[in-house]
Design a protein around this ligand. Structure first.
Ligand SMILES: Cc1cc2nc3c(=O)[nH]c(=O)nc-3n(C[C@H](O)[C@H](O)[C@H](O)COP(=O)(O)OP(=O)(O)OC[C@H]3O[C@@H](n4cnc5c(N)ncnc54)[C@H](O)[C@@H]3O)c2cc1C
Ligand code: SF4
Length: 328
């Protein structure tokens, strides 16, 4: 049986109280939302904070509402709530879909969208018991000094494995982050970094309070696609979000692709607009975008499923996304 280490559990009800607790125990504290990722990680000895600050009771981190030209989602809203919220389903169906495809129903009821955005990276050589990791000499991300994915590598490339960030990125979401110095806004495009050890611009003593998403202009469609071993429970082997804007004559005026679950952060695929802008979304454009994504996406051996097969599936996911948008 895997046991948890001893820790003190705090239950604030206001944001200020939560931030004060985090500051008071800096370097030995982590926030916990649904705990669906953090608790297994603690059982594996990957994190051993002496204090946990539970976010579920923090009033300011709840609520889903359209405010002016934006949708605001409290970070502690569950994935199930995001997936079935009528305004999200109506205005941001791809976000509802991404939330709906995370894990299985039990975890979606407890797991939050904030925890999904702040999810730790994953790797075959990291998400293991201490005994397992010790036998291998540990690794760069935790307790060791070598990477087993890239031999001789000096940088962790564990997989960013969250499903909602690609959609939030194509939708230009903004993250509200609170810390001892107050609140700051971070565009989600600036949030993730390439360092698989800690791939997000938020410290363990800061909080993601809410996510704000601008309502997209008319003619915008977004599709989310996920590759996984089974149709439930499994983390993504690859995932991507595609956004297409079309003008009054149905010609493409905006095209964005963000792909993830292959390396340590979600990445925008470049140059996809070249073949698409000003044209109708037909088979030629779809093929050109799929080809460009294939050229730029290079999954790594950070999970057990064959990286070449995952790469070969990238253009398939792009074709599915663009065909879905073209046919809608
Ligand atoms: C079997 C299994 C399958 C899974 N499948 C998927 C999947 O398919 N796709 C997927 O995306 N995820 C998957 N997950 C991971 C996880 O369930 C989800 O990502 C979930 O959204 C995490 O949210 P949580 O509230 O439980 O986060 P927690 O476990 O509470 O926290 C995760 C991390 O985020 C930090 N954190 C949480 N909330 C905040 C906040 N508001 N501000 C700052 N930091 C915060 C925590 O400190 C911790 O580091 C799976 C997990 C399991 C166990
Ligand atoms: S990518 Fe390398 S350093 Fe990172 S978790 Fe995996 S083995 Fe460890």
């Amino acid at each position: 049986m895997l046991r948890l280490h001893p820790f003190e559990y705090h239950r604030p009800s206001r944001l200020e109280e939560a931030v004060t607790l985090l500051a008071a125990h800096a370097d030995d504290v982590m926030p916990i939302a649904g705990g669906t990722d953090l608790v297994p990680n603690m059982k594996h000895g990957l994190f051993t904070p002496g204090h946990l600050v539970a976010l579920g009771g923090v009033e300011e981190m709840h609520g889903i509402a359209i405010e002016g030209e934006e949708l605001r989602i409290g970070a502690c809203e569950s994935l199930a709530a995001v997936a079935r919220h009528p305004e999200i389903e109506a205005v941001f169906p791809a976000l509802a879909r991404a939330a709906e495809l995370v894990s299985g129903p039990q975890l979606r009821r407890v797991g939050t969208i904030g925890g999904n955005v702040c999810l730790d990276t994953r790797c075959t050589y990291y998400n293991q018991t201490r005994f397992w990791r010790k036998a291998l000499g540990y690794c760069l991300k935790k307790d060791g000094d070598a990477c087993h994915v890239i031999k001789g590598g000096t940088r962790c490339v564990a997989a960013h494995s969250a499903d909602t960030p690609p959609v939030l990125m194509v939708l230009d979401a903004t993250l509200e982050i609170a810390g001892a110095d107050g609140l700051r806004d971070v565009p989600i495009g600036d949030f993730f970094t390439s360092d698989g050890v800690w791939n997000r611009s938020i410290e363990p003593d800061e909080l993601l309070v809410a996510i704000r998403i601008p309502i997209p202009p008319e003619g915008t469609s977004v599709s989310f696609q996920k590759l996984r071993s089974r149709k439930s429970i499994d983390f993504p082997l690859a995932n991507l979000a595609v956004r297409v804007g079309r003008d009054a004559s149905s010609r493409v005026s905006d095209l964005r692709v963000v792909a993830s679950a292959m390396g340590s952060y979600p990445r925008r695929v470049g140059k996809v607009e070249d073949a698409a802008l000003g044209n109708e979304l037909g088979p030629g454009v779809i093929e050109a975008v799929a080809e460009q994504a294939f050229r730029q996406c290079h999954p790594l051996d950070n999970i057990t499923v064959d990286k070449e097969w995952r790469r070969a599936m990238v253009p398939v996911l792009v074709r599915r996304a663009l065909s879905e948008i073209a046919e809608a």
